[in-house]
Design a protein around this ligand. Structure first.
Ligand code: GLN
Length: 304
C-alpha cells in the first residue's frame, strides 16, 4: 500500500477547504492558532513514517489526551473503573452537563469532559501529578522523550474553565470525585495542553494498532482484550456526538480534540493522525474528518 501517495492525494484534494470551519475560541489561547494549517501522518508497525504538510508541527492535543489518560487509568484500575464512568455514547456535546444529574454523577463515557475529569481524579489519586503521568506515558508510547504541556494554553483554559468546574463540583456532590476540585482542574487543563505533532501521535497509538504491545520497545501496555475494549470506545465515543456519523463516513476507531487533531487506528497496520485547527460544529476538525474519510475511501481499508 502506497500510503505516501495516498496522503499526497488527500492533501491536494483538500487544499480548497483547509481553513474552513472555526478554531476553538472558548479557550482564548487557541483562538490565536492560524486556521490554514494541515498535516497528516501514517506510521506503520515497522516504524515507517509517511507524512504531508504540517505533520511535524506540534499542536495542542486537547481531548486526544483523554485516550492516553484513560489507557493509563484502565491499566491501573482494570474493570473497577467502569463503576465510576460509563461506556455509552452521550449523543450530547463534549462539555454538556445535562446527563450528569439524571445519571447520578456518573459520566456517560471517558471521552467527554465529565468522564475525563473522573479519569484525571483517578490518576491524581495514584500518581504525584496526573498530568506528568500522562505526558510520561505519551513519551514512552511515542518514543519521544520531550512530551510536555504548554503552560500558557493550560492557564488560559484554567482561567475560563467554569463549565468544567461546574461538572467537577457536581460529580463531587455525588461522591464521584475524590481529590480537590481545583487540583483536578489544574491537572486536567495541563493534560489537555500537551503539545505533539501528527507524526508523534500516529506513533503513540502504535500499541493500539499492535494489540496492546508498544511496537517501539515491545512493552505490553494493555492485554489484547483491553485493547479491543478501548478501540471500541474510540469508535463509539471518540468524536463526541458526531461519533455515529464519523463511524459511518470513516470506519476507523478515532479520538479527536478541539485543537484540531484526530488520531485513528487501522488495527494490525498503522496509526494515523491528521491535524487542521478549523473545526466543524461538533468540535471535530473539518478538514481532518474529510481527510480520514478520504483515507479509508482511497485505500479501501477500514475496520469493516
Ligand atoms: N480542554 C478542552 C475542554 O475541556 C478539551 C475539549 C475537547 O478537546 N473536546 O473543553
Amino acid at each position: 500500500m502506497d500510503y505516501q501517495a495516498t496522503l499526497e492525494r488527500i492533501h491536494n484534494a483538500l487544499k480548497p477547504v483547509i481553513g474552513q470551519g472555526k478554531v476553538a475560541s472558548y479557550i482564548p489561547e487557541l483562538a490565536n492558532v492560524p486556521p490554514e494549517q494541515f498535516g497528516m501522518a501514517v506510521v506503520e508497525l515497522d516504524g515507517t513514517v509517511h507524512s504531508v504538510g504540517d505533520a511535524q508541527v506540534r499542536f495542542s492535543i486537547q481531548s486526544v489526551s483523554k485516550l492516553f489518560a484513560l489507557t493509563l487509568a484502565f491499566q491501573r484500575e482494570g474493570d473497577s473503573l467502569w463503576a465510576r464512568v460509563g461506556r455509552e455514547p452521550s449523543g450530547n456535546p463534549f462539555n454538556s452537563l445535562v446527563q450528569l444529574e439524571r445519571e447520578s454523577g456518573i459520566p456517560r463515557n471517558p471521552f467527554i469532559n465529565a468522564g475525563a475529569l473522573v479519569i484525571t481524579d483517578i490518576l491524581a489519586s495514584r500518581f504525584t501529578a496526573a498530568e506528568t503521568a500522562t505526558s510520561s506515558f505519551l513519551s514512552r508510547v511515542s518514543a519521544r522523550p520531550d512530551v510536555t504541556y504548554n503552560a500558557r494554553v493550560a492557564q488560559s483554559e484554567r482561567q475560563t474553565s467554569s463549565r468544567n468546574a461546574a461538572m467537577a463540583h457536581f460529580m463531587k456532590s455525588f461522591g464521584n470525585l475524590h481529590n480537590r476540585v481545583g487540583d483536578v482542574l489544574d491537572a486536567y487543563c495541563r493534560t489537555c495542553a500537551i503539545e505533539m505533532s501528527c507524526v508523534d501521535l500516529a506513533r503513540a497509538v502504535g500499541f493500539l494498532v499492535n494489540r496492546g504491545v508498544n511496537p517501539w520497545n515491545n512493552e505490553t501496555v494493555l492485554d489484547a482484550s483491553s485493547t479491543k475494549r478501548l478501540s471500541a470506545l474510540m469508535l463509539t465515543c471518540g468524536t463526541y456526538d458526531a461519533a455515529g456519523d464519523f463511524a459511518f463516513r470513516v470506519g476507523l476507531p478515532a479520538k479527536s480534540g478541539v485543537g484540531g487533531g484526530i488520531v485513528a487506528i487501522l488495527p494490525g497496520e498503522c496509526g494515523i493522525c491528521v491535524w487542521s485547527p478549523a473545526l466543524e460544529e461538533t468540535g471535530n476538525s473539518y478538514a481532518g474528518s474529510l481527510a480520514l474519510e478520504m483515507f479509508t475511501t482511497f485505500t479501501g481499508k477500514s475496520i469493516f
